[in-house]
Write a protein that binds this ligand. Structure first.
Ligand SMILES: Nc1ncnc2c1ncn2[C@@H]1O[C@H](COP(=O)(O)OP(=O)(O)OP(=O)(O)O)[C@@H](O)[C@H]1O
Ligand SMILES: NCC(=O)N[C@@H]1O[C@H](COP(=O)([O-])[O-])[C@@H](O)[C@H]1O
Ligand SMILES: [Mg+2]
Length: 386
């Protein structure tokens, strides 16, 4: 099969490797050359994926069987047409289109499906944001409708933060929409990603929950399995099943939840492998999240997902801008037992850019916080030099 991968970061790279292993053909696309997934694909294209005409051009040129989005900021409105042309958009044109913009997915979850979410409002100017904040209450979180990995996201703690939050959101917005969502701050005790796999002719499957810790809206460590009460897990699975069914198609989704004393809140979802799901690269499961996405897409039945080990991932971040980043300390990480790592091969660095990940694992009876602490300490052994 021919797969057009839209977005070629670290998640795409692992997906391509999984696809190469079972003989698929991949064209990797991104806005810059030598992106991680391009380094392992058959062919590549460099375009602005928000440009519908540029997308049309490469779809017509390559005539793929599948279009697999890897990021959110794509002119996803075009996907409905590609579906009509007989191309399978993964997991579906609707799923990619609804999750490109926080408004569509939040209204679907909250208004249409009745899932429990933080109280929220939208705003298209600093003045509207003032009103929205009054409505939602302080503290609250402001995010551009189009952004990911926490870009443009900030927390309002006092009224004087509102103007700053607006400016920051506008500057961090990825797409061409200048609008924000304001959400009441959810005082959660933990947050999880529930990897949910929908299949064409088989039932929906769930991976063991993944716990994670975020800073600046971006993940720092993730671990699997997360300790979640049976009641919370059931609630999360029920919500994940409802929303993935409403979005349609086959593939792996990363469904994010906040766990609180008052129960489980739906936060958002990615209709594709999730960054926190990189923990599955530690061999925690019989199939990692990229292999699961691929199998679901190709309608290869997934009989069961088994939890084999406990594991954790911790990010390796750059601290400076560089056109030629290099790494030191890798040999110290390599020397450790029950440890692995990935360096993504991003051609340039900037402050806080995720450049790699350290993976730790152990038996299922090992306390998960010990493994997570080990991953976190181990990641500090690697430095990104500019
Ligand atoms: N309403 C909220 N209350 C408390 N914390 C929040 C809220 N919204 C977001 N956060 C925190 O910020 C993190 C990032 O938020 P969110 O997942 O919405 O951003 P994102 O930019 O889509 O990130 P990604 O693309 O990496 O998933 C959350 O995982 C959570 O830790
Ligand atoms: N939370 C979403 C996420 O983690 N996405 C991953 O990060 C890449 C972009 O990285 P970059 O900003 O370093 O180019 C994306 O291509 C994807 O692999
Ligand atoms: Mg998120």
């Amino acid at each position: 099969m021919k797969i057009l991968l839209l977005g070629s970061g670290e998640l795409g790279k692992e997906f391509v490797i999984a696809a190469q292993r079972i003989g698929q053909t991949i064209i990797a696309v991104d806005s810059y050359e030598n992106a991680p997934a391009m380094q392992v694909a058959h062919d590549f294209e460099v375009i602005n994926m928000l440009d519908g005409e540029a997308l049309d051009r490469i779809v017509a040129k390559h005539k793929p069987d599948f279009i697999v989005p890897e990021i959110e900021a794509i002119r996803t409105e075009r996907f409905y047409d590609y579906e009509k042309q007989g191309i399978t958009v993964v997991p579906s044109a609707k799923a990619a289109n609804f999750t490109m913009n926080r408004k569509a997915i939040r209204d679907l979850a909250s208004k249409e499906l009745g899932l429990k979410t933080a109280k929220y409002q939208y705003a298209t100017s600093a003045e509207e944001l003032q009103k929205a904040v009054k409505e939602v209450g302080i503290p609250c979180v402001v995010k551009p409708l189009m952004s990911s990995s926490g870009k443009g996201q900030s927390t309002i703690k006092t009224e004087s933060d509102i103007e700053k939050a607006w400016q920051y959101a506008v500057a961090g917005s990825r797409g061409d929409v200048i609008e924000v969502i304001v959400e009441a701050f959810v005082d959660f005790h933990s947050e999880i990603t529930l990897l949910t796999i929908t299949q064409n002719n088989n039932p929906t499957l769930f991976c063991a929950p993944i716990g994670h810790r975020q800073e600046r809206g971006d993940y720092q460590e993730s671990w699997q399995p997360a300790l979640v009460s049976e009641k919370d897990l059931y609630e999360a699975q029920d919500m994940a099943e409802k929303i993935t069914e409403a979005l349609g198609g086959a593939g792996l989704f990363g469904v994010e939840f906040f766990l609180t004393k008052e129960g489980v809140y739906f936060s958002e979802l990615s209709p594709r492998p999730h960054d926190t799901g990189m923990v599955t690269l530690a061999g925690t499961q019989n199939f990692n999240e990229f292999e699961l996405h691929l199998r679901a897409i190709l309608s290869l039945p997934i009989f069961e997902i088994t939890l084999e080990k406990a594991g954790a991932s911790a990010v390796i971040l750059a601290s400076e801008d560089s056109a030629n980043p290099t790494f030191t300390g890798i040999e110290n990480v390599a020397a450790l037992a029950k440890t692995d790592f990935r360096i993504f091969g991003k051609p340039t660095s900037r402050p806080y850019r995720r450049m790699g990940v350290v993976l730790s694992y152990d038996t299922l009876s090992t306390p998960i916080n010990e493994i997570t602490e080990r991953a976190k300490e181990t990641a500090k052994l690697i430095t990104v030099n500019s």
